[in-house]
Design a protein around this ligand. Structure first.
Ligand SMILES: C[S@@+](CC[C@H](N)C(=O)[O-])C[C@H]1O[C@@H](n2cnc3c(N)ncnc32)[C@H](O)[C@@H]1O
Length: 316
């Protein structure tokens, strides 16, 4: 790395270690997103305000698992929010934020970027399934955008959305009832879901892996393997660390990005294809579905699943 770029990146890192400056950076990042959303015709302020004005207590009671203990890694600030994914501010802004972020994937995308991203992913996944899945699990479903998209793609499947944030799940459950969609919402961890073994044909993990420490990602892969029926598929869509966009990004911009994504370094350092194979999947197919994202699809390896007896007892 050029020494001037390295210095500027180190300087940004040091500044972000000072809490008031980190708070200011987060506020600026959020303001920038709001401006971008409004510029593409997405009324961030209005939509978020409308959601915030609801009384969510009944919806939270419907989805929350009160006995759940949050893992430490999840309690960090994420994105522009001091309380990360565990607050109403984040929950009511997830959808408009996704529209704003994905507006920039393609130069002409605008407010349609998010839908185009999801459509492209489902085309890739569908093309690799021999049969329509009967049961689909969306790990890290957030407010349900990825879950509803899966349900639209596989209308005959029973769809489950799992997430760690009761705030996000409450918004998801509310949206589902507005759409008259029947979805099972589960408040739990993707790495230890508590769901029954071998009950899904497709596990989808959309934009979640970059939010996890490396070791947790490996646990999530093993859990996905446990939950899939023999021959079931795992599909993962996330940032592509090998894309030219990240490889050529000025280091101080990357540092700023990392300030809102605490585990990005670990995600960039993880060999996800290798980790999938190590968890009992066939070598995955790789599709660069956008200039900066990748989709990995794989099936449960019949060879490995038979050998998994001591781990879970599943295939004994
Ligand atoms: C960037 S959002 C992805 C949202 C969604 N899949 C979509 O496409 O709109 C990542 C989500 O993963 C969830 N998450 C992060 N770690 C998790 C874990 N260990 N178990 C379950 N959900 C998790 C977060 O709460 C958040 O909702």
């Amino acid at each position: 790395m050029r020494s001037d770029l390295k210095l500027s990146s180190q300087l940004v890192s040091r500044l972000l270690a000072v809490k008031p400056l980190a708070d200011l950076a987060r506020k600026q990042a959020r303001n920038m997103m709001i401006r971008r959303a409004e510029s593409i015709g997405v009324s961030w302020t209005e939509q978020a305000r409308a959601l915030r004005s609801r009384d969510w207590s009944a919806e939270v009671a419907r989805v929350e698992n009160p006995g759940l203990v949050y893992p430490q890694y999840y309690l960090k600030p994420f994105h522009a929010y001091e309380r990360g994914n565990l607050c109403w501010e984040a929950a009511t802004e997830v959808e408009v934020a996704a529209l704003a972020v994905h507006a920039r994937i393609w130069p002409d995308a605008g407010a349609q970027g998010d839908a185009r991203l999801r459509r492209g992913y489902h085309e890739i996944v569908s093309a690799q399934l021999a049969a329509e899945p009967r049961a689909v699990l969306d790990m890290g479903c957030s407010v349900g955008m990825s879950t509803f998209a899966l349900q639209q793609t596989f209308p005959r499947a029973r769809v489950t959305g799992l997430d760690l944030s009761p705030y996000f799940l409450a918004v998801a459950s509310h949206s589902a009832r507005q759409r008259r969609s029947v979805i099972d919402w589960v408040h739990g961890t993707a790495e230890c879901s508590g769901l029954e073994s071998a009950t899904f044909d497709l596990v989808s993990i959309f934009l979640v892996m970059h939010e996890l420490p490396g070791e947790v990602s490996r646990q999530v892969l093993r859990e996905a393997h446990r939950l899939l029926r023999p021959g079931g598929h795992l599909a993962i869509m996330d940032m592509n660390p090998r894309s030219a966009i990240y490889a050529t990004m000025p280091p101080y911009i990357l540092t700023l990005l990392k300030s809102t994504e605490p585990y990005l370094d670990e995600y960039f350092g993880l060999d996800l294809e290798r980790a999938m194979v190590d968890s009992g999947f066939e070598p995955p197919t790789l599709s660069c579905n956008t200039p900066r994202h990748r989709t990995l699809v794989s099936s449960v390896s019949p060879r490995v699943s038979k050998e998994r007896v001591p781990d879970t007892g599943l295939y004994s």
